[in-house]
Design a protein around this ligand. Structure first.
Ligand code: B12
Length: 214
């Protein structure tokens, strides 16, 4: 039964069936499936679509359709993750966003959801965020951690720009910086002077704890 739901969800994303994706996400919650497993299954599906797009086997409307189906299911699963993981004590404040020029939101939202479920106070700025917007939010919220996502080789250098700006304004040493997203590697993270990188959302949570020693 469980595998049937997960398989159905994968198929719904690959076939751009928003209604089916949403209904299966609801069923997954009703059947008490581990929401992290559900997220994993959806991630595999959307990556397969992305790979096919990268090879030229699928077109942009396919990518948009699959992303829409995934986003129809995501809020239901996110709600469940937050509900099951709800903790009271705040572990720290995180400012998060996808960098300027980049509108990919799915992975960044997953990271924010899991950080919230773990007990962090997360300010998700959204996508296409300029360096000055990150800096302003860091000041406003007195953030402990900055989490930046970038999915494209063209937008990855924006992460460096934000770090440089933080240095210029004397804020760099007051905050821990973690980076991620499909275009980022461990090596790149080191090169730009980030404090940590992880390729997964659950890994981002462990990293956040490690960075602030909690
Ligand atoms: C869905 C999607 C879209 C959707 C986005 C919808 C949305 N609301 O997000 C739409 C259709 C809008 C889109 C548009 C485009 N896309 Co697109 N898209 C994708 C796709 C298929 C999946 C991305 C995704 O959501 N993955 C699933 C999530 C869960 O993975 P993730 O983001 O990597 O996040 C995980 C980890 O990286 C990590 N993580 C993420 N953030 C962070 C942050 C921190 C701090 C940490 C620690 C960890 C972490 O945790 C997450 C969970 O495990 C990818 C292919 C791929 N393989 O990724 C292409 C892809 C990223 N897109 C690509 C391109 C080219 C585009 C377009 C330019 C297409 C076009 N010609 O217009 C536009 C760009 C528009 C723009 N300015 O941003 C390319 C980028 C190529 C490159 N290397 O530069 C890819 C790789 C496809 C390809 N193979 O060519 N896209």
């Amino acid at each position: 039964m469980n595998n049937e739901i997960l398989e159905g969800l994968r198929k719904a994303i690959k076939e751009y069936d928003n209604e089916k994706a949403e209904n299966l996400a609801k069923r997954a919650v009703e059947e008490k499936l581990d929401p992290l497993r559900v997220l994993d299954a959806m991630t595999v599906a959307i990556r397969e679509v992305g790979d096919a797009f990268g090879r030229g086997d699928l077109w942009l409307p396919d990518l948009v359709g699959a992303a829409d189906a995934m986003q129809a299911a995501m809020p239901i699963i996110e709600e469940e993750i937050k509900r099951t993981g709800a903790k009271r004590e705040s572990l720290g404040t995180v400012v998060a966003g996808t960098v300027f020029g980049d509108i990919h939101s799915i992975g960044k939202t997953m990271v924010c959801t899991l950080l919230t479920a773990e007990g962090f106070k997360v300010h998700d700025l959204g996508v296409n965020i300029k360096a000055e917007e990150f800096l302003q939010a860091i000041r406003n919220y007195n953030a402990d951690i900055l989490a930046m996502s970038a999915l494209m080789t063209m937008t990855a250098p924006e992460q460096k720009k934000v770090i440089e700006q933080l240095k210029k304004e004397g804020l760099r040493d007051k905050i821990k910086i973690m980076v991620g997203g499909g275009a980022i590697t461990e090596e790149f993270a080191k090169e730009i002077g980030a404090d940590g990188y992880d390729p997964t959302a659950p890994g981002a949570v462990k990293l956040a704890r490690k960075l602030i020693g909690r």
